[in-house]
Ligand binder design. Structure first.
Ligand SMILES: [Cu+2]
Length: 175
């Protein structure tokens, strides 16, 4: 029995240890109907290997996504239809950039960098919704880290070892 508890504690500690360095979003909240600047923080490579590619899946409800220009990297913008149509500044939008792929650079495991895009948070989405932004990190020698886990009901991102970065939709103060 004692052994079991110890094993469980060790597992919990191991998870807590990695949680601090995952790919995460700098801003935990985004305003409904407004632009959200998604700053993806890359704290390490894949098991010591350098990062050479970052794939971002722009989730449903993030409209008109645009990557910020980044020296030393090229951003590919892949457009597709959204699942739904949204009102953006009085006009319906049903398609846009759904995937961004940064490549061409080389980020060492012992260095830090940020990958940035901006998009409008669809005002149709309910306040309090958590928007998950799945990211796949490719490294040298074919190593890959997939930050794509979205918590099941009753769980939180801390319960997973490779959670997708996320933010929560909030209302503008005073509105
Ligand atoms: Cu990590």
């Amino acid at each position: 029995m004692k052994k079991l508890i110890l094993a469980a504690m060790t597992a919990a500690l191991a998870m807590a240890g990695t949680a601090s360095a995952h790919i995460t979003l700098e801003q935990p909240q985004g305003l409904s109907g407004k632009a959200y600047k998604a700053v993806l923080r890359v704290g390490h490579g894949c098991d010591g290997k350098s990062t050479v590619k970052i794939h971002v899946q722009v989730p449903e409800g993030l409209l008109s996504a645009k990557p910020m220009q980044k020296a030393g990297w090229t951003a590919e913008k892949i457009k597709a239809k959204y699942d739904n149509s949204y009102d953006l500044h009085g006009k319906p939008v049903g398609e846009g950039v759904k995937e961004i792929v940064w490549s061409g650079g080389n980020l060492a495991d012992d260095e830090y960098d940020e990958f940035v895009f901006r998009a409008t948070v669809a005002k149709e989405l309910p306040l309090g919704t958590k928007i998950y932004v799945p990211v796949v990190q490719e490294c040298t020698d074919g190593a890959v880290e997939r930050w794509i886990q979205i918590p099941a009901a009753g769980k939180s991102s801390d319960d997973y070892d490779a959670p997708a970065p996320y933010f929560e939709i909030v209302s503008e103060p005073g509105s």
